[in-house]
Design a protein around this ligand. Structure first.
Ligand code: XMP
Length: 511
């Protein structure tokens, strides 16, 4: 398989670069900039991308790759900080843009040299997204200028003989009009990629690997009924058949009717499906806990204790499988250690886990790749296209302490919202939508009396990767219907708010 190595210098769009490369059907991994040279050699990339980052290359403590990376004979694309790093490391000069007019932030009209492979077959002028305070005062020997803007004569540089390219702007963000095409040019024209990363191939390889790795061992899968663990159930089932047992934990933090729905979908399949009712133990441990991270840790640990107990009952279980996906790995420090990865996935695994190994076969996939893999495995669209639901469930959607009474209010409000979204035909177009029970109580007037009740917040977002998200522009009529129904039908709620914050600066969930 052909691989692109993305060396991470701390920029805010780094995961997006990885997404963009995968979208072009080329496999890539994001690794720390400090990756040792012999490891880079073993990784055997067909091309390397240096990401952007918040530092200035001319400072002594700025992050740098092993200088041997320039001698590998492998093409390199430097983006923003990565571009300045390339220039400085090879003999150019990078300085702070003293003159404010040389600093560039935002959409910038840029002129390209179409003879440079990066810009071939693209318009000579288009908009790019710039975000830099430093600039290349002098390009290194062997390089030529390949793009400029009004403020910056060195918007892109290239040394085509060595396969080195640098761009000051960010081709990975949508605001760069032809950014995808530029990355595609780098992958296909410069690195000679062949488009060999598809989910059909991934499925074949994973099934083989899992069979080899697991041998005749037994695997317990933590199945939540969400997209990731459902796809993993199908993958494992194809790989190891009856050696798999799927355990679905009803922690009392599920949405209305969810437990029965999950059971109805999975129990009839040959997955050795087991449903565990563990609501009492989860709710007992959550009593009085208000701090979000503490909630996550408690829930993460309880999950594991339940799985361990199930494993003892089943007997001779070697592996615990989880549907961890790539954003979890990236957000937890680039997969430096298995414990940190798993930590994030269920909001805080305990340090000690009584299994021989945790298997995470989807850990290198993005959400839309997981969905595609699900289709390859023959899962129905209704399951593959489901909106995500977090492992800690409604506990992180009840702000503050979690009680049965609050959970019940939230279940009803959330169910009304979901029902109306479906009726309006918007359940498939919104990426994720749900209700949150805030800890805000306010005065209202119901009939002729005063009320002092909770406010429910509605959240709906549009996103493909869940790492950034925009709030959904839902029709007012729909919001009105949902609001009227919630305050009328859910006793204890007298106010409904609609959340119009994107991620960043907010997150999708409230805790
Ligand atoms: P945030 O709130 O981080 O959420 O913007 C991004 C996506 O991740 C889901 N999420 C979780 N999923 N365990 C999960 O399985 C968790 O602890 C967790 N926290 C957030 C969230 O629902 C959204 O889709």
């Amino acid at each position: 398989m052909e691989k692109i190595l993305i060396l991470d210098f701390g920029g805010q769009y780094n995961q997006l670069i990885a997404r963009r490369v995968r979208e072009q059907h080329v496999y890539c991994e994001l690794r720390p900039h400090s990756m040792p040279l012999d490891e880079i050699r073993r990784f055997d990339p067909i091309g390397i991308i240096f990401t952007g980052g918040p530092h200035s290359v001319y400072l002594d403590d700025s992050p740098r790759p092993d200088p041997g990376v320039f001698e590998l004979g492998v093409p390199i694309l430097g983006i923003c900080y990565g571009c300045q790093l390339l220039a400085q490391s090879l003999g150019g000069l990078v300085t702070a843009a003293e003159d404010a007019s040389a600093r560039e932030y935002g959409k910038t009209e840029t002129v390209f040299d179409p003879t440079c492979a990066l810009f071939r077959d693209l318009p000579e002028r288009s908009v790019t997204w710039m975000s830099h305070g430093d600039y290349m005062a002098q390009v290194p020997e062997g390089f030529r200028l390949a793009a400029h803007s009004a403020a910056c004569p060195t918007a892109a540089i290239c040394d085509e003989e060595r396969g080195f390219y640098g761009v000051q702007f960010h081709p990975e963000v949508n605001h760069t009009a032809f950014g995808r095409e530029m990355l595609r040019n780098f992958l296909y024209r410069v690195c000679g990629a062949h488009s060999d990363w598809t989910m059909a191939d991934f499925k074949r390889r994973s099934v083989d690997e899992l069979r080899r790795h697991v041998g005749d061992g037994r695997v317990l899968l933590a199945l939540s009924g969400g997209v990731d663990s459902s796809v993993l159930a199908a993958l494992l089932s194809e790989a190891i058949g009856s050696q798999l047992t799927c355990v679905f934990v009803d922690h009392g933090l599920l949405r209305k009717n969810e437990g029965d729905e999950v059971e109805a979908v999975f129990a009839p399949r040959p997955l050795n499906f087991r449903r565990v009712d563990a609501a009492d133990r989860f709710l007992a441990r959550l009593r009085g806990v208000t701090e979000p991270e503490e909630k996550r840790h408690i829930i993460g640990e309880e999950f594991i204790r339940v799985f361990e107990a199930e494993a003892r009952e089943i007997g001779a279980v070697d592996y615990l499988a989880q549907g961890t996906i790539y954003p979890d790995v990236i957000e937890s420090g680039l997969g430096e250690s298995a414990v940190i990865k798993s930590h994030h996935n269920v909001g805080g695994l305990p340090d000690y886990v009584d299994f021989k190994e945790i298997l995470e076969p989807l850990r290198m996939l993005f959400k839309d790749e997981v969905r595609q893999l699900g289709r390859e495995l023959g899962l129905p669209e209704s399951l593959v296209a489901r909106q995500p639901f977090p492992g800690p469930g409604l506990a992180i959607r009840v702000i503050g302490d979690v009680t049965e009474e609050k959970l019940s209010l939230l279940r009803e409000a959330d169910s009304i919202f979901r029902e109306e979204m479906a009726k309006a035909g918007l359940d498939q177009s919104a990426s994720q939508y749900f209700a949150v029970l805030t800890n805000l109580r306010s005065v209202g007037v119901m009939g002729d009396g005063r009320s002092y009740d909770y406010a429910v917040a509605l959240r709906s977002v549009q996103t493909s990767d869940f790492m950034t998200a925009d709030w959904s522009r839902l029709p007012y009529e729909l919001l009105d219907r949902v609001s009227v129904r919630i305050v009328n039908e859910v006793k204890g709620v007298n106010r409904v708010l609609y959340d119009i914050t994107s991620k960043p600066p907010a997150t999708v969930e409230y805790e």
